[in-house]
Write a protein that binds this ligand. Structure first.
Ligand code: NAD
Length: 495
């Protein structure tokens, strides 16, 4: 494993691409604007990025449409498109350290999470969707002999992918890989807090043989670029990952413009339910990881810890001990388990939620403040509240930080009722040794994902997405490929 000095040396030399990527070229913005991206661990600027607006979005959409219509990618033989996608995956492997470094500097995620998680999973995403390309088939349906009816699948056209900052490379991969694999042209609009790794992706795509115009990156702010894509009359689909608030706007933009298809992967407030017969050691370990990984800036963070009353004291005690594994530190140090939050605004927001927990009468068990002596970065201590009830703000709203809330419950039925008492429904877990209880509760829980005796397990076949206001549509999985295509009915009269 590389040591801290290795990463610090690389960081000192880093010279990221800063321009937009449109029609196969790195370009400045039409209006020449820029914005600064900051290192959340130090508060210092990293680099000035080129900032796009509606003029750059227009150019990107035009290039994407031109490429789509030319058929250079959309009608490329499936095996040839697969070859390009596999080349992308291989080139990403060669640049794995660079990807890890860029996201670590941009959003503060610990480097080992990137080298062991985000980067390999992003590579796997391109491999998985490459594999699906020649598995897509049309259908000949059963009709009257006087007709031949074929259902064929075609790409949608121009797809805009709008992504958040919490897994910059991985969220881009989840959105872009199926869109490209299906034969669409793509415009990626990364979050303004983490704009760097998308441009390395663009360089790799060009090297791998993605034709000009098929993939474009326009960095910029939500109102100037994301909204313009949402309202654009020549974009056929928005693949959005981000907050529920902005996800709803995407649906409005679609209705106000061309009824483009919209899929949204949004926020969560996921329950981890621990029943009295659980393997407590395992449940505590997963519960700690489930809320503190990536500083709690995870859509599926298991932020509501529902614990059966008889276990409550022991659970809380063991949780506080295990939580010591998560100590805020320099994200470039491979020993660090918890980095800073992405921005000072996010830090203020999370500290505000901690204050609301105290004010509304929850019991502060762990953390609850900034760590001492780390004022340069946007750090927050791993925090745990006990004796939380389901009406408190910290039990209802997505905090998106390292703050767990332990909610005691009496019966499995109570647990399900509390779990479902949320506008969100992304993920959940049930810890029990009783298979019947587990199956029954899994049926009753309103969430896109139910983990039993684990948390955050899965592979590329797992549909990723939520019930209720956690969004609509799914990432990963074979169905995602189909969601980037449309069906055409070809009815031939043989009579
Ligand atoms: P955000 O909604 O603020 O921003 C997401 C993207 O939308 C960014 O690219 C941003 O520039 C753009 N945007 C912002 N305002 C816009 C507007 N008015 N019009 C158009 N585009 C706009 O979200 P965030 O803070 O970057 O990310 C955190 C959120 O993402 C959390 O709620 C988290 O749960 C969610 N998330 C969900 C999943 C999932 O799979 N369900 C995965 C990761 C993150």
């Amino acid at each position: 494993m590389q040591d801290c000095k290795h990463w610090q040396d690389l960081a000192a030399k880093v010279s990221p691409e800063t321009r937009l990527f449109i029609d196969g070229k790195f370009v400045d913005a039409v209006d020449g604007q820029r914005f600064t991206t900051f290192n959340p661990a130090t508060g210092k600027p990293i680099v000035e990025m080129v900032r796009g607006n509606s003029k750059d979005i227009d150019l990107a959409v035009r290039a994407a449409r031109r490429a789509y219509k030319s058929g250079v990618w959309s009608r490329m033989a499936p095996r040839a498109r697969m070859d390009v996608m596999y080349r992308i995956a291989r080139l990403m492997e060669l640049h794995a350290d660079e990807f890890a470094l860029l996201d670590c500097l941009d959003m503060g995620k610990p480097i080992t999470e990137l080298t062991g998680g985000d980067v390999p999973f992003s590579i796997l995403t391109f491999q998985y969707f490459a594999e699906t390309i020649d598995k897509i088939e049309g259908t000949v349906t059963s009709t009257d002999p006087s007709a031949l009816h074929m259902i064929v699948r075609e790409p949608l056209g121009v797809v805009a992918c709008i992504t958040p900052w919490n897994y910059p490379l991985m969220m881009a991969a989840w959105k872009v890989a199926p869109a490209l694999a299906a034969g669409n042209s793509v415009i990626l609009k990364p979050a303004e807090q983490s704009p760097m790794s998308a441009l390395l992706l663009a360089r790799i795509f060009a090297e791998a043989g993605v034709p000009d115009g098929v993939f474009n990156v326009v960095n910029g702010f939500g109102e100037d670029t994301g909204k313009v894509l949402g309202l654009h009359m020549d974009v056929d689909k928005i693949g959005f990952t981000g907050s529920t608030e902005v996800g709803k706007l995407m649906m409005v933009y679609s209705g106000q413009s061309n009824m483009k298809k919209v899929t949204t992967e949004c926020g969560g407030k996921s329950p981890q339910i621990v029943l009295a017969d659980a393997d407590l050691g395992a449940a505590v370990t997963y519960a700690v990881n489930g809320i503190y990984t990536n500083q709690g800036e995870v859509c599926s963070a298991g932020s509501r810890l529902l614990v059966q009353e008889s276990l409550y004291e022991e659970f809380v005690e063991r949780f506080a001990l295990e939580a010591q594994r998560f100590q805020p530190g320099d994200p470039l140090d491979p020993a660090t388990t918890m980095g800073p939050l992405v921005t000072p605004e996010q830090q203020t927001r999370v500290l505000g939620y901690i204050e609301s927990g105290k004010r509304e009468g929850a019991q502060l068990i762990l953390g609850g403040d900034r760590p001492v002596g780390m004022d340069a970065g946007n750090y927050v201590q791993p925090t745990l509240f006990g004796k939380v009830n389901e009406t408190m703000t910290i039990a209802r709203e997505e905090i998106f930080g390292p703050v767990g809330a332990v909610i005691p419950f009496k019966t499995p039925e109570d647990a399900v009722a509390i779990a479902n008492n949320s506008i969100y429904g992304l993920a959940s877990s049930i810890w029990t040794r009783d298979l019947t209880t587990a199956h029954r509760m899994a049926r009753d829980i309103e969430a896109g994902i139910v983990w039993i005796n684990c948390y955050e397990h899965g592979d590329m076949t797992q549909p990723w997405g939520g019930y209720k206001q956690s969004g609509q549509g799914r990432d990963k999985c074979f169905d995602t490929m189909l969601a980037h295509m449309q069906t055409k009915s070809v009815w031939i009269n043989l009579g």
